[in-house]
Design a protein around this ligand. Structure first.
Ligand SMILES: Nc1ncnc2c1ncn2[C@@H]1O[C@H](COP(=O)(O)OP(=O)(O)OP(=O)(O)O)[C@@H](O)[C@H]1O
Length: 308
């Protein structure tokens, strides 16, 4: 059976007042229980999409369902089902972390005995700072407080917009450990990031957005497998009658009568195996070039393919 969607984005477009088309007919599902990465270059439309989920930007067209609730028909239920950690750090500097969480819980109408203030402060390693003014917190602590604020109403979905921008490695690790823990407890997580490695390490699935369009949406494993691919371009001394084949070839392309590009997976075989297989065809090789794409290349090629 198909996993129900935690978030369903259906033909969503957004044109800003000045005429900028920031999202162009975007559709995808975030499956329940996953850590879902939304990747894309600057200006791709990621924040626009997240702001639509947060109810901060009004879409121009399309439908959005959060935990099954249409954001136009059931905005309150939709809002209660999602916690959003914004990109920008904006706080009232005169509240303490404890007060900030209590106020936030109050906004969601959570009765005092059901609030999880102490638990959230502990999870975010902020217990020591519970009664300090927010303005005295470090950047990393402020960011952790934002995560805690997003979780006061125990939403089934947590969205983090560029959570590790400007954050040191130690804090990044802690943040990811907490994200993983929440996910293990059943929380669906969506995060936007510029760091492919980070998405690769954390996410079950990755969607790539560019110029307001979704250009890829695949399990991370599939995207990474593409990054595992290497290619050799081989030129022969005479025209090829037939293309060589071998079990370790992933794909083979004739570039011209004498040149072929063979793709193989570097975890399965090496360039030597590929060339030996080609030579068994009996032709002399006059030139060999290699290509070694990583996830960055896969990302760029997907982005440029669709833009072309
Ligand atoms: N309020 C606005 N009015 C007009 N144009 C906007 C507005 N907000 C964003 N845009 C434009 O919409 C496009 C998408 O912006 P958006 O902030 O969603 O991208 P992004 O993928 O989040 O980028 P980044 O990674 O830099 O945050 C950009 O061209 C941006 O300049």
């Amino acid at each position: 059976m198909e996993t129900p969607a935690a978030i369903r984005i259906d033909s969503v477009s957004k044109t800003y007042a000045g005429g900028k088309l920031a999202l162009d007919d975007v559709s995808f599902d975030v499956p329940q229980g996953q850590i879902f990465g939304l990747l894309g270059p600057n200006g791709a439309g990621k924040s626009t999409l997240i702001n639509i989920l947060a109810g901060l930007v009004v879409k121009s067209a399309g439908k959005v369902r959060i935990w099954g609730f249409d954001i136009d028909e059931h905005p309150r239920n939709a809002k209660r089902s999602i916690g959003i950690v914004p990109q920008e750090i904006l706080f009232d500097p005169f509240f303490t972390p404890k007060e900030a969480l209590e106020i936030q819980a109050g906004l969601y109408g959570i009765p005092p005995e059901q609030r999880k203030t102490d638990e959230l402060l502990a999870a975010m390693h902020l217990t020591d700072k519970a009664d300090a003014y927010s303005r005295t917190l470090s950047g990393g602590m402020k960011r952790r407080l934002l995560v805690a604020k997003a979780m006061v109403h125990s939403p089934p979905i947590l969205v983090l917009d560029e959570p590790t921008a400007g954050v040191d490695i130690e804090l990044r690790r802690q943040l990811w450990a907490y994200v993983r823990e929440l996910n293990a407890q059943g929380v669906t997580v969506v995060l936007t990031t510029h760091y492919l490695e980070e998405a690769e390490e954390l996410c079950d699935r990755i969607a790539i957005i560019n110029h307001g369009k979704v250009v890829a949406n695949e399990p991370t494993r599939t995207l990474v497998a593409k990054a595992q691919e290497k290619a050799v371009v081989v030129t022969f001394d005479q025209d090829l009658g037939s293309v060589p084949s071998h079990s370790c070839f992933e794909n083979i392309r004739l570039l011209d009568e004498r040149t072929i590009e063979i793709t193989y997976r570097k975890d399965k075989c090496n360039a030597g195996d590929v060339l030996a297989a080609v030579q068994r065809e009996g032709f002399s090789i006059v030139d060999v070039r290699t290509r070694d794409p990583d996830l960055e290349d896969v990302f760029l090629s997907l982005v440029s393919e669709k833009a072309a």
